[in-house]
Design a binder for this molecule. Structure first.
Ligand code: GLA
Length: 773
């Protein structure tokens, strides 16, 4: 059903047949959340869903006689009032007062979306009545304070999702200060929820944590200047009985890459307030008379079908309304990336040879990672000097790029645009471009990887980067860039901003980052951007709007990667996750996992390699070229299919030594699917893992074929040759309810069928068969 915004006297009901959001304006003008959840029938007056009883112990509000603001579900709670819970908006006026009392003023219904100034956001497909979403904007005002606030909410046709953002305008004659302005706040009537977050650290990103809500404040946040590996800007609430397949859950996430706060407050009456937005700590924003502050966009998703329902809603939204065309649907090139292969030891001759060997195996793009610029032999130099190192590339990058292009491959290049080394021409020319308090010696500025952060709040820095990086891309004919960011912001002081604007540094930095991304994307519309930040330190929807794929971790060990990909899929479409097969022993863990398993994990995403193909023996070359063919065959499905998590690597089960993991992708018409199953440790005389599938058509019959992707020929459409093991065809209902008994490699076979050992994988292809069984 299309999105409808139904208005009755002082009441707004936004619904698309999947979700409903009902707002009611209380007599004093306070916008009140009556309901947010699965779609409900409309009624002229939902006011009886509001708890209005005033408890003796609660204060009533000066602006709203007879009403306790602490008692009600508020649409956008302002602080400085009798609502003594953590609030969404805190603005101070020139006299130092924070007592804002916003009341309803006006509303607008817009077909499609209202773009956000300077910030990435979801977009509408189609215009006018054909737009695939509709927006309700509600203006609130406090005339005596001189403040106007616009709440914007877009609901998307066919998706249980809304996008929210807020504009705060100073309509007084004196300056004001925004101390906090969350993008969304959602008051819920009870606290029977578990909280799910994606936390971790470098090389172990996006681990799923689940904990019951308790009274008080809880959540995740970042003050690092980027979204971070430590916590993703994602927070889900799930009913205690909810799991991957069933139960009620909702998620909040942010189309933003800077400091964020995603938190939940449970009050003493077991009511829940969920807020997501820019982290108020450290933040403050001076608003001159007439100026507007635009918050980033928040996304709220609802699912009545567990976490798979939730992530499928987010994936669908991102593909349809966030990721740049054509990368939202088409397969990305299969890359060979030089980092784990050669690190910084590179030159034109060796890389030309690497590209040639990669091409022979079927790879499609050479990505020259760190080490090509300035005089970069170690991590302590040259960031900022984005010109080719003439010792390694005597005639610049163009001859290499041309040679690679002549081979029919794409040419990719690594940049770390926001960083600067002390040992760089850029630093020698512009020492003031470093972000940091000049009182502190340079080495005291939170050095990480011997590098400093450029002051991206400065328009001249952004313009310089756009020009120099753009020139390299243009001159060499670069098809792809890997945009890295390898340190957090600390001592974040801008010499270009006055003292009373230092609270703006982090957000202005994020705006500068987007300006640069926007400038490069506009100048090179076909440029494919892969985001990276020491792996997954900036995996967020804001970056996804410009960079259709992300290097989600530096950890390429397949067993670790299963966890990272599993967690990341809670919010990111798998096609947007870049996964590479690397050499063994693994650089991060020292493990030697089979090539088949390394490939079977990486295939669920955007595929590539992180090794030197010239060092492979003939057997490895043969297996890798098979794998590449599989990636080409399955790649479109990974970008367009529906992803289901079947078994969590974070949840060990009785009888098994370690959690096994499984997931699958099903095509939109449900005629094709691919299933991956991964085991960390071999069990001895272990239980049989029964793998129940999902998302299939119950009445459709499927041919089930186990594939050894390192042996089988992906071009063999009959799937009858070596490396294919056919199972008897079976109906979708049997596959979903009985499942596949994965017996053959788990029971004791006295050496007749040798165990694959620790770290193994199985991959199944399902194809609908129309012939009778
Ligand atoms: C970061 C990235 C790696 C690689 C190195 C290069 O760690 O995550 O993939 O690009 O930087 O220095």
């Amino acid at each position: 059903m299309e999105t409808r915004i139904i208005t009755h006297d002082g009441q707004f009901h936004v619904t698309n047949g999947l979700v409903s959001h009902v707002i009611r304006i209380l007599p004093g003008g306070e916008p009140n959340t009556i309901y947010f959840g699965p779609a409900i029938h409309d009624r002229d007056d939902f006011s009886d869903l509001q708890e209005l009883a005033v408890r003796d112990t609660l204060q009533t509000d000066a602006g709203h006689p007879g009403l306790s603001l602490e008692q009600i579900r508020r649409e956008y709670p302002q602080g400085g009032s009798s609502d003594l819970r953590p609030c969404a908006l805190d603005v101070g006026d020139a006299a130092g007062s924070h007592a804002v009392k916003l009341a309803y003023d006006a509303y607008r219904i817009v077909s499609g979306k209202v773009p956000l100034d300077g910030l990435p956001s979801t977009f509408a497909n189609g215009t006018g009545d054909d737009a695939d979403c509709a927006t309700l904007e509600i203006d609130l005002a406090d005339a005596s304070f001189g403040l106007r606030v616009t709440l914007s909410e877009t609901m998307f046709d066919g998706l249980p999702v809304v996008a929210r953002s807020v504009r705060v305008t100073n309509v007084s004659h004196l300056p004001q200060t925004v101390e906090s302005a969350y993008s969304a706040s959602l008051d819920l009537p009870d606290a029977d929820w578990d909280m799910l977050t994606l936390t971790g650290a470098w090389a172990r990103e996006a681990h799923v944590e689940r904990t019951p809500l308790r009274t008080g404040l809880q959540g995740v946040s970042s003050i690092r200047g980027h979204s971070s590996q430590h916590a993703n800007p994602y927070l889900a609430l799930a009913r205690p009985n909810a799991d991957e397949m069933q139960g009620e859950a909702m998620a909040a996430t942010l189309v933003y890459s800077g400091n964020f706060d995603a938190s939940v407050f449970v009050d003493s009456y077991a009511r829940t307030r969920l807020r997501i937005g820019i982290n108020p700590e450290p933040f403050s924003w001076r608003l001159a008379p007439g100026e507007t502050f635009q918050t980033p966009e928040a996304i709220l998703a609802y699912s009545g079908a567990g976490f798979n329902g939730l992530s499928q809603a987010l994936h669908a939204l991102y593909r349809r309304n966030l990721i740049r065309r054509p990368w939202n649907a088409c397969r990305s090139p299969i890359v060979v990336n030089t980092w784990e292969a050669v690190h910084m030891a590179m030159d034109e001759t060796s890389l030309t040879a690497m590209a040639r060997s990669a091409k022979e195996l079927g790879m499609e793009m050479l990505v020259v990672d760190d080490g090509w610029f300035g005089h970069r032999d170690r991590a302590d130099s040259s960031l900022g000097d984005w010109f080719a190192d003439r010792r390694k590339f005597p005639n610049g990058l163009k001859p290499l790029a041309d040679a690679v292009h002549r081979m029919g491959m794409g040419f990719g290049l690594w940049f770390e645009p926001e960083m600067i080394s002390e040992d760089s021409d850029l630093y020698r020319t512009h020492p003031d471009w470093v972000l940091g308090d000049p009182r502190l010696p340079l080495h005291a500025l939170g050095v990480q990887r011997c590098q400093y952060v450029l002051d991206m709040t400065r328009p001249d820095v952004v313009a310089y980067l756009r020009r120099t990086i753009g020139d390299v891309i243009g001159k060499a004919g670069v098809d792809y860039i890997k945009w890295d960011m390898n340190r957090s912001l600390s001592e974040a002081y801008s010499r270009a901003l006055p003292p009373d604007r230092q609270g703006e540094v982090f957000h202005r930095y994020a705006l500068g980052y987007y300006r640069l991304l926007h400038g490069l994307a506009a100048r090179f519309p076909d440029l494919l951007i892969e985001s990276c930040a020491s792996g997954g330190a900036r995996v967020d929807a804001g970056t996804l709007a410009y960079a259709p794929q992300a290097w989600i971790s530096d950890d390429t060990d397949a067993l670790e990667r299963v966890k990272i990909q599993y967690g990341t899929s809670m919010m990111y479409p798998v096609g947007a996750c870049s996964n590479h097969v690397s050499a063994v022993p693994n650089e991060e863990t020292g493990r030697r996992l089979p090539l088949k398993m390394r490939g079977d994990v990486a295939l669920f995403g955007t595929f590539g390699y992180e090794l030197d193909p010239a060092l492979l023996d003939d057997g490895e070359c043969a297996r890798i070229s098979r794998q590449i063919d599989w990636s080409k065959r399955l790649g479109p499905l990974m970008r367009s299919g529906t992803f289901w998590r079947l078994r969590s690597p974070f949840a060990p089960r009785p009888g098994f030594d370690a959690a096994d993991a499984a997931w699958m992708v099903v095509s939109a018409d449900r005629r094709n699917a691919v299933v991956g199953w991964y085991r960390a440790l071999t069990g001895v005389n272990a239980p049989v893992p029964w793998l129940r599938l999902a998302g299939l058509d119950a009445d459709m019959r499927y041919a089930v074929t186990e594939v050894d992707t390192a042996v089988a020929d992906a071009g063999d459409t009959a799937m009858a040759g070596r490396g294919f093991t056919p199972w008897r065809p079976r109906y979708g209902d049997e596959l979903m309810h009985a499942g596949l008994p994965l017996t053959d490699r788990t029971t004791v076979t006295w050496g007749r069928d040798p165990f694959p050992g620790d770290g193994s994988s199985r991959l199944f292809i399902l194809t609908a068969v129309d012939a009778s069984l």
